[in-house]
Ligand binder design. Structure first.
Ligand code: FE
Length: 346
C-alpha cells in the first residue's frame, strides 16, 4: 500500500514536470470575432505552443493589466483599436519588440513609432474602414460621400451613430481632427449632434439595422460589420444590405479613415521568444488571409492578396485610404473627448 502510494506520488511528480515544460502563451484578447478560433489553432498546430485566452474589451484588458502589474501572467495583448494600442504603449503596459520580420511586413503607418533603441511597442495586423451607410430610398450618395457632410445641416434629423466615446469613434474623430484642425473638427462634431435622428445607442450593426428599419437615413459603421451581413445566409440580413448603400468617404480628399486591430507583447511576459513568434505568425500569409476571409478585414502585411467577395463588392476593387500615421489618433484622443463633452456628443 505504502509502496503504491509512493509510486503514485512519483507519477504525479513526473506529470507535473512535463506540464511545466509544456509551452503556453497567455493571450489577453479584445478580438470579439468567433471566426478567430481557426487563427489560434493554426498557431498551436504549427508550433506546438498552447494558447490560453482571456477575452475582454479593450478598456477591460488595459484595466486588468494595470491591476495585475508585474504579477500579470499575460504574454500577448490583442486590441481592436489604434487609440487603445497607443494608450497601452503610453501606460507602459507593453514590452517593445525587435523583429526584422515584423518591421519588414508591417508598414510604418500601422505600427508604433520605434523607440530610441529601434524596438516597436505595437503592430497593426489588420485594417478596417469606418464607412457611411445610407438609406438608398431616401438619400443621395452625393450628400454623404464625405465625413464632413455628416455634420452638414442638409442632413438634419438623419444620422444614427454609436456613442462618441467608443474607441472606433474616438479614433475616427481623432483622424478628422488631424485632417481639419481642432476648430473645424469641433464645429463638425457639433453639427453631427444637431443631425442625430436619435441619441447614440447600440453597436455598429444596430446602426445599419436602424437605417434599414427607417429609423434613420445615414449611419456610421466599421466595414466588417456590413461585410458580415452581406455574407450572411440570414434573409433578414440580406434584406438589410439590399436597402442600404455604402460609401467610402473622402475619396476626393484625404481618403477614408482606416483603423487597425493589432497586438503587442505584454510588459511582464516571461515567454518573450514565443511571444515574438506569435506576433510574427499574425503577420504570416495564413494568418493575414484569415483576418480577411474570417472577419472581413483587410490584411496589413505587404504582398498578401485576398479574395473576399463582400469586400470586393463593397469597394469595387479598391479605395483610397488616409495616409496619416495611425498613432496620431491616440495622441488626439484626450482632445477629442473634451470636444465631445463640450458639444454634448454622448
Ligand atoms: Fe468590432
Amino acid at each position: 500500500m505504502k509502496k503504491s502510494l509512493l509510486s503514485l506520488t512519483a507519477l504525479l511528480l513526473v506529470a507535473g514536470a512535463s506540464t511545466a515544460q509544456e509551452q503556453v502563451l497567455n493571450i489577453y484578447s479584445a478580438r470579439h470575432y468567433p471566426t478567430d478560433e481557426a487563427l489560434y489553432s493554426g498557431f498551436t498546430k504549427a508550433t506546438g505552443i498552447k494558447l490560453n485566452r482571456v477575452d475582454a474589451d479593450d478598456a477591460g484588458i488595459i484595466a486588468r493589466l494595470k491591476a495585475e502589474g508585474s504579477a500579470s501572467p499575460a504574454d500577448i495583448i490583442l486590441l481592436v483599436d489604434a487609440s487603445r494600442l497607443w494608450r497601452g504603449e503610453n501606460d507602459g503596459l507593453f514590452q517593445p519588440v525587435k523583429s526584422a520580420l515584423l518591421d519588414d511586413a508591417i508598414p510604418a503607418q500601422y505600427r508604433a513609432k520605434p523607440t530610441a533603441t529601434g524596438e516597436t511597442a505595437w503592430f497593426g495586423f489588420s485594417t478596417r474602414a469606418r464607412v457611411i451607410v445610407y438609406d438608398k430610398t431616401k438619400v443621395n450618395k452625393d450628400d454623404v460621400d464625405t465625413y464632413e457632410e455628416l455634420g452638414d445641416p442638409k442632413n438634419k434629423g438623419k444620422l444614427c451613430i454609436r456613442s462618441g466615446s467608443h474607441p472606433y469613434n474616438l479614433s475616427l474623430f481623432g483622424a478628422v481632427t488631424e485632417h481639419l484642425g481642432p476648430v473645424a473638427a469641433e464645429q463638425w462634431l457639433s453639427g453631427m449632434v444637431a443631425n442625430m435622428a436619435r441619441a447614440p445607442k447600440g453597436g455598429d450593426t444596430d446602426q445599419i439595422k436602424a437605417v434599414a428599419a427607417g429609423e434613420c437615413a445615414i449611419a456610421v459603421t466599421n466595414s466588417y460589420y456590413l461585410a458580415r451581413m452581406m455574407r450572411s445566409q440570414n434573409p433578414d440580413d440580406k434584406a438589410v444590405t439590399e436597402r442600404v448603400g455604402v460609401v467610402f468617404p473622402n475619396q476626393q480628399s484625404w481618403g477614408t479613415h482606416v483603423n487597425i486591430a493589432g497586438g503587442a507583447m505584454a510588459r511582464y511576459s516571461k515567454n518573450s521568444a514565443n511571444a515574438v513568434k506569435f506576433l510574427e505568425y499574425l503577420a504570416s500569409p495564413a494568418a493575414q488571409e484569415h483576418f480577411a476571409n474570417g472577419n472581413n478585414e483587410w490584411p496589413i502585411a505587404k504582398g498578401v492578396k485576398i479574395n473576399n467577395p463582400a469586400l470586393q463588392a463593397m469597394t469595387r476593387g479598391g479605395f483610397k485610404s488616409e495616409t496619416i500615421p495611425i498613432s496620431v489618433v491616440g495622441m488626439n484622443q484626450v482632445k477629442v473627448q473634451q470636444m465631445l463633452d463640450r458639444v454634448g456628443f454622448k
